[in-house]
Ligand binder design. Structure first.
Ligand code: UTP
Length: 228
């Protein structure tokens, strides 16, 4: 299987870099790579947010803030590559063709952002489309997709399954501000919709659960229904 995993910056760098988590994720990636072709797209986390907030204070434009955010995501990609070791690319690919070459050479793709105007969730969806992935996993610090923000509403309910049209509807009013993407960005949702990419949302902090999701076992999360 070709699997693309979008790892939210919130789990790689919640406040500081979570080195233990990165090492465990690297071990899982190396293990999964024995059976599958794996690509990991890393978010920017606290690093991206800190830099973007500072740049905004200096009056930087949104595109400059995006470019700063992209640098943070690529920094995390470099760090995860180092943890994975020789099976991963040394340089994070900056575009999809280069990522595909890494995958075709049977190595693990580790990349961050590409272009301004979206988040790494969109990068992972585009990469999944480009390499014709069998599965896209969106791993964040939330257990899946809820009907309301579970951080603010105690009665928020997780969807076991959600139609892609409903997800697109939920996120269409979200901001496109640098460092301010919420659940998932609209571009990612639209790409998943147009190419009917098999997609699941899971809590990536629980690596056992992430593994189960990839291996087709029982897992906690949300499945996107997009089969027409
Ligand atoms: P993230 O993908 O981490 O965004 O990229 P996020 O969803 O806001 O943060 P997490 O993952 O939930 O913590 C960080 C920022 O980098 C810019 C955007 O400004 C984004 O918010 N970025 C990233 C781009 O402009 N293009 C990209 O391809 C990736």
């Amino acid at each position: 299987m070709k699997v693309v995993i979008s790892v939210g910056g919130s789990i790689l760098v919640p406040e500081d870099m979570d080195i233990t988590y990165m090492m465990d994720l690297a071990n899982l990636a190396n293990e999964l790579a024995n059976k599958h072709r794996i690509a990991i797209v890393t978010g920017g986390g606290r690093t991206a947010r800190n830099y973007i907030e500072s740049a905004r204070k200096f009056g930087a434009s949104e595109i400059l803030c995006d470019l700063i955010g992209i640098s943070a995501t690529r920094l995390n990609a470099r760090l995860l590559s180092a943890a994975i070791g020789k099976k991963a690319n040394l340089e994070p690919p900056g575009e999809f063709m280069a990522a595909r070459e890494v995958m075709d050479s049977r190595r693990i793709v580790v990349m961050g952002g590409t272009h301004p105007g979206h988040s790494t969730d969109a990068v992972s969806a585009l990469l999944a489309e480009y390499i014709e992935a069998d599965l896209l996993v969106n791993a964040s610090d939330v257990d899946g997709i809820y009907d309301k923000d579970p951080e603010n509403y105690r009665n928020a309910k997780r969807y076991e399954r959600i139609p892609i049209d409903k997800l697109v509807d939920m996120v269409k009013s979200y901001s496109l501000g640098a460092g301010r993407y919420e659940l998932v960005d609209i571009l990612a949702a639209k790409i998943i919709q147009r190419s009917r990419i098999k997609t699941i949302f899971v809590n990536g902090r629980d690596l056992g659960n992430l593994r189960n999701a990839i291996e087709g076992k029982r897992f906690t999360g949300t499945v996107i229904e997009n089969d027409g």
